[in-house]
Design a protein around this ligand. Sequence first.
Ligand code: SF4
Length: 496
Amino acid sequence: MKRVLVVGCPGAGKSTFARKLREKTGLPLHYLDMLWWKPDKSHIPREEFDAKLKDIVAGDEWIIDGNYSRTLAMRLERADTVFMLDFPLDICLAGAKSRVGTNRVDLPWVEDEFDSIELANWIVDFPKQELPKVYQLVAEYGKGKDIHIFHTRAEADAYIQNMDRLLSICVDMYGCPNRCKHCWLGHMPNKKMEDGADEFVVNYFSLYFDKIDFYSWLREPDFSDDYRARWQKDVELSKNAKPERFELASFWRIVRDKDYIPFLKEVGVKKVQLTFFGKKDTQDKYVGRKGAYEEALKATDLLMDAGIIPRWQCFINEENKGEIVELYRLAMEIKNTKCKEFEFFVHEGTCDGENRKLYSIRINKGDIPSELAPVFLNYDGLLTERECCEILKNDTSHPDFDLSGDLVFYVSNTFDVYYNFTNMTEEWISGNLKKDKPEELVPRLLAGDTYALKRAKEVTLKELVERYGDFSSDKVFDLDDYKIYLFNNYLKDAKE
Ligand code: SF4
């Protein structure tokens, strides 16, 4: 955003919006009214106005506030971004009245009364007489520009509030070949989303966010034959941001598609994480697919052959702890003989998604094999459930979810939207992109006005421990994960 036009109904607050934009972007701001009018309410000659405006427009960076439709085409040709405030008439009239008697930086005099005939008529007639011309010119000259049309002040405010924030959108366009027992996203059906779903989702949010990176996969990346075109589309749909390839790749595809690893290399993947739950039978059982263990081993070899570093992530529990030791030994052998950068770590897993159902076999602290301590994630910081309960038993704060900073929204294949810190369960659905209007849903999401977040404000951690904590349990938890675990119990009960 370098050259910006702010146009729209008089009284809508264009100048205020333009000043907020200036604060956010640092771009120089020019008011057309200040250029045209003199303090005695006369105006400069049209030629002089045009010459001054031409100089401004020739510059590389500017915000220009004002309609002046005679010069709009010339400004639109140079602009890269347009904001149009098309608010209801009563809002514009109220806005104009509220400015009477105030010093304004966008007008060289103070209006001492609301001129009900001239100014009010201009405002009343604007939607019929001027606005269609503005829309027509924006349509004609605005191709390839970033156009934002706001119909409410809440929309315009939400945009300003969010323009520094990156929104990442992860959409379940295709699904996943696996059915991992621990899957933190839950077990959604593999339904391919309708054509155009990706554009629809990005457009839904683009009025409110200036920086969007779009991921057409929420579960298994590249579980689609057209992964190359998909990635290209993800890059194209992203706005002022480029999606990154994380260290996730499809091991299902690695072993089936000889073109896949070259693609990963092309898009800059240096490491790939593979998840293990144990040896053959256990791995197949936990992934939910026969052959998963052999595939993960073969994928490891293929990655190393191609110069990509594999990293094994192992989820440990009471049932598989012996096999995880065996995997560790195998991993060390690979590291010592084939790939010294090879990585390996063990984790107890968060207690969200499907993993919650594995609570009964969650590993006890005393049962973690000592051999695994050096490769156990955050081993020294591990708490038992009993220790978590002791810490929280007098905590009268509410479960806390940080809504500031960058956002990640997950979109299911039925267009339900979830926050990144939540479970893909009914209680955490924050809205539905097909059923809810963006002008209603987006401000609600930003304000945390959703079912689960509201319930979080009505219960304390102390109460959650009293209801759901087990002071005799040695199961290991990260403290933040434990709070979520308690709160999800509460949500589930509240919903039932
Ligand atoms: S954990 Fe990943 S690979 Fe496993 S079922 Fe969930 S999305 Fe698929």
